[in-house]
Design a binder for this molecule. Sequence first.
Ligand code: SAM
Length: 273
Amino acid sequence: MPNILQDDFSKLEYEGWTRVTDLYDKSWANLTRQFIEPLLNTVKIMPGMQALDIACGPGYVSQAIYSMKATPIGVDFSSSMIALAKKLYPHIEFVEGDAQALDFPDASFDVAVMNFGMLHLSKPERAMAEARRVLKKNGRFGFTVWAGPEKSPAASVMFSSIMKYADQDVNMPEAPPSYYFSDEKLTTELLAKNGFDNISFTDHLVEWVVPSAEYLFETEMNAGVRTAAFLKRQTDETLSKIRTAVIEGMKKFYDGNSYRLKFCGCVVGGTRK
Ligand SMILES: C[S@@+](CC[C@H](N)C(=O)[O-])C[C@H]1O[C@@H](n2cnc3c(N)ncnc32)[C@H](O)[C@@H]1O
């Protein structure tokens, strides 16, 4: 684990991502990969560009950049994620490192992207400043985060079940709110404060087709990190109530064959001044 990550939330995230690395590809990746195209459109990736894929996980975004004839480097703090990325895409460079203390010189990339990484950081504003530092002038930074439950029907089922039944006072490490960057005004202000202009912020609704009503809850429990940690701190009785409520809430997504869960994400971009 990189030295800088000594706060409890980073430790939780590090242990979590290391534990679920092998499950990620079969679960969340089918959802998060749907944001790669809008994310790369936001940063206007072009052949020949040098691109940094921050919190790269198994490297899907890097591979998409590579297939567009640009040159990606993927960075992630989890050694198991980096090992998987190197195995899946041996022609791409992947390195271990912290998004909040990037080990790259100033002004070395044309583009920096982070697909669903910001919401896992204890100091996301530091990551924003780091992205700016490693970008060349007029280089573009893009990232995705989940939209709040009010815009995201499937996330809303999970959120409302947790709000209704969970003990909110269980001991979780201090961290920024899960939906911090889904607030357009706040995100725009933070990007401007950190030296970006031409800021764009768009919502993107996708469908995650899953086989059962239990799938979302089980995936949160087994392949999730922050929500899993919160759920695992609940009593068995509470957990059972949340599980039942989520399964019940999934019924509205059933199409007679599978469950079409609708999730909304925010695709954010800014140009380094
Ligand atoms: C939801 S996954 C997204 C992976 C990938 N970007 C994708 O689109 O599939 C979040 C990733 O963030 C990484 N991560 C979390 N905190 C990090 C940090 N401080 N520095 C670098 N990577 C981090 C995790 O290891 C994990 O691979």
